[in-house]
Design a protein around this ligand. Structure first.
Ligand code: BV8
Length: 231
């Protein structure tokens, strides 16, 4: 059975990573959409750097939770038949042991050079404008996909959605596209779909089944069902 799992901020909430809908989606009084955009970076780069430098520093102090660990356990058994597509820019899936993971919106622990387009693993601040390790120009930006930009690896994602037998969304509000439309693409390829979310999302109606509750409880239980061949 080929499975595609989409995760959002809700899967990292129990690890202490704030979701977008928490704090009413505001950061320092800025609408997140206003900080997470190329225009904002052109207009106020220091504000945008402060936003991502703070989040990059914060993930050093958190750890994967039972939901991340359960997906890594599922990968051990399913191997290439499982693909996790995450909207999250934290590295908790990898730290839980997942290797078949696509960061469609980029990663906090990576820097993108606007001069030579090189992506470099990065753990420090970017707000002090360090030079690009490859071209030496100080044009590094957070390696995240901002509103109005094209997500990473869309071809690979669409192919996996089309081949999927089962599509599962975990901890996502269904507000941001194209991720919110993946359930429809998967259904178009004949997949069954399950939503695991604290509360019903904006696209719950598109799923064959929707379970409400914390990911830390729902995901390990769902993985046990899959491994027991009950799904
Ligand atoms: C694009 C990186 C073209 C930066 C992010 C169609 C219709 C309308 C608008 C559009 C459209 N198409 C495009 C748009 C515009 C825009 C968009 O969607 N705007 C929205 C606001 C309307 N989309 C874009 O610009 C995208 N680009 O479309 O390019 C294209 C299209 C197709 C193919 C090729 C090209 C790019 C968008 C990416 C923006 N960058 N992140 C950063 O992180 O700072 S988006 C960011 O916000 C996240 O990555 C994530 O995607 C989104 C937040 O959503 P969630 O992760 O779901 O988090 P949220 O807080 O909202 O919800 C948490 C959920 O968890 C809740 O439901 C809650 O109940 C639940 N929960 C909480 N605790 C728990 C829990 N669940 C379980 N357990 C718990 N403990």
């Amino acid at each position: 059975m080929k499975i595609v799992v989409l995760t959002g901020a809700g899967i990292s909430a129990e690890s202490g990573v704030p979701t977008f809908r928490d704090a009413d989606g505001l950061w320092e009084g800025h609408r997140v959409e206003d900080v997470a955009s190329p225009d904002a970076f052109d207009l106020q780069p220091s504000v945008v750097h402060r936003f991502y430098d703070a989040r990059r520093a914060a993930i050093a102090g958190v750890a994967p939770n039972p939901a991340h660990l359960a997906l890594a356990r599922l990968e051990e058994r399913l191997g290439d038949d499982l693909l996790v597509v995450t909207q999250n820019i934290d590295d908790l899936h990898e730290r839980a042991g997942s290797t078949r993971i696509v960061h469609m919106h980029g990663e906090l622990r990576s820097a993108l050079c606007r001069a030579c387009r090189t992506r470099t693993p990065w753990t420090d601040d970017l707000g002090d404008y360090p030079p690009c390790p490859r071209c030496g120009v100080s044009e590094l930006r957070p390696d995240v996909v901002w509103f109005g930009e094209v997500p990473y690896e869309m071809d690979r994602i669409f192919e996996a959605l089309y081949e999927a037998d089962l599509f599962v969304a975990i901890g996502t509000s269904g507000v941001v596209y194209p991720a919110a439309a993946f359930v429809q693409f998967a259904a178009g390829g004949g997949a069954r779909s399950v939503e695991l979310n604290l509360v019903a999302s904006d696209v719950s109606g598109d799923f064959d089944e929707s379970r409400a509750g914390p990911a830390g409880q729902l995901v390990p239980a769902w993985v046990d069902e899959v491994l027991a061949g009950e799904l």
